[in-house]
Design a protein. Structure first.
Length: 401
């Protein structure tokens, strides 16, 4: 499950830019016009101690005079002229107990944390200025909630480089397997092509954390027909799923040769250009979560099935891709994520569940699952996605200066 108390910065990463801007403006407006009434109601309704704390370069942390132990709410009020991030840290170790980002000028937002015996300080990070640490406040009793030492982009750079090298090897394999698929189509061996399609596609799916770095190439290689005026007949419908649709819907060999050749060219071009690509290290933790989040959204709904019935196989490949990212992040998570052993067990449980639908060269199609099986798949992957949200939060790099 997600680490409680650590307020995630992922909202901005989930939302589309325009939607996010709209929501931010609405939130700022509501905070300005209704903030006082809302804070009064919240303090009355939730039964928790509320403390209003100033966020500004000159007054960071001002207002916290009476420290108490236990679960509580800080109403963070930005009195400066620009947006800011705010962390509540352990004053000695700098482990983060809670955070808010994008706190608009004049806005107030609530940060709920559990504090125990220890020393704490707010750090305010205005968008256009250096970090400012407020006064140290000491709590004399109680057990604090979860905290995590901040991860910096410097911590993530060598991990991203190592992962990028691993992706390079995977792309080599994708090119080879896709070539076999094309060869079978060129020979007119459609049965052989159907057998070759899945290994090639799964090898590509295992590279899930690199998709953002693939750019337009991913659209050429693995797009669906969503948003295309002509649907599956649209000329822009290309890649693995275009070939899949033809193979499982009775297309003639002649109609499949051009899409297969285009697919091989696309994966080869991606492989050849990959050495010059640069993955954003800051995205690594986020992608550890989003790979399986996308799996639940697209594979478990059947939205990416164009006839092969291989959604569960793709989910299993996505699980491999998640493990590949987590293996790079593990040195950071070992000392920051106490539920890491439980996450490992959840990964094993999901793998065991999905492997149960693999029979030789065949995978059970989604529409062949009975209700109990479907509920089991949804439950294990849903639980795993929730746990991986904590990984994204912990590994989201934070400013420290």
């Amino acid at each position: 499950m997600p680490v409680p108390g650590l307020t995630s910065r992922r909202a901005r990463l989930w939302a589309a830019g325009g939607v996010l801007l709209t929501l931010t403006l609405v939130a700022a407006l509501l905070a300005t016009t209704l903030g006082g009434a809302r804070r009064a109601r919240a303090a009355a309704d939730d039964g928790l101690p509320h403390t209003t704390v100033e966020v500004s370069p000159s007054g960071c942390g001002r207002g916290w005079h009476r420290p108490v132990a236990g679960l509580q709410v800080f109403d963070l009020h930005n009195t400066s002229s620009g947006p800011a991030e705010v962390y509540l840290e352990d004053a000695r170790t700098r482990a983060v107990y809670g955070e808010l980002e994008g706190l608009a000028p004049g806005a107030t937002r609530a940060l709920t944390v559990r504090l125990g015996k220890g020393s704490y300080a707010f750090m305010c990070l205005p968008d256009d200025a250096g970090a400012v640490t407020g006064p140290t406040v000491r709590v004399t009793s109680g057990q604090p909630g979860p905290a995590a030492a901040p991860v910096t982009e410097h911590d993530l750079i060598p991990l991203a480089i190592d992962y990028q090298k691993w992706v390079a090897g995977g792309l080599n394999e994708v090119v080879q397997l896709t070539g076999r698929l094309k060869d079978a189509i060129d020979r007119g061996d459609l049965a052989g092509a159907r057998a070759a399609w899945l290994p090639a596609h799964l090898e590509y799916e295992r590279l899930g954390a690199a998709y953002n770095a693939f750019g337009d190439a991913d659209q050429q290689i693995n797009r669906t027909d969503a948003g295309l005026a002509g649907g599956v007949l649209d000329r822009s419908f290309t890649g693995f799923h275009r070939v899949e649709y033809g193979l499982w819907h009775g297309a003639a060999v002649a109609a499949l040769r051009a899409p297969a050749e285009a697919l091989v060219k696309a994966v080869t071009a991606l492989r050849d250009s990959w050495a010059q690509a640069r993955m954003d290290p800051a995205q690594l933790g986020l992608r550890a979560h989003e790979i399986l989040e996308n799996t639940v959204q697209f594979e478990l709904t059947g939205r990416t099935d164009y006839g092969s019935g291989s959604n569960l196989a793709t989910a299993r490949a996505n699980l491999d891709g998640t493990r590949a990212v987590l293996s790079r992040l593990r040195p950071l998570l070992t000392t920051r994520y106490p539920d890491l052993p439980a996450l490992d067990r959840a990964l094993d449980r999901a793998q065991h569940t999905l492997d149960g639908f693999h029979h030789g060269a065949n995978w059970t199609p989604l529409d062949r699952l009975d209700r109990t099986q479907r509920e089991q798949v949804d439950a294990v992957l849903g639980d795993l996605v929730e746990r991986l949200a904590s990984v994204a939060t912990i590994c989201d790099p934070r400013r420290t200066v």
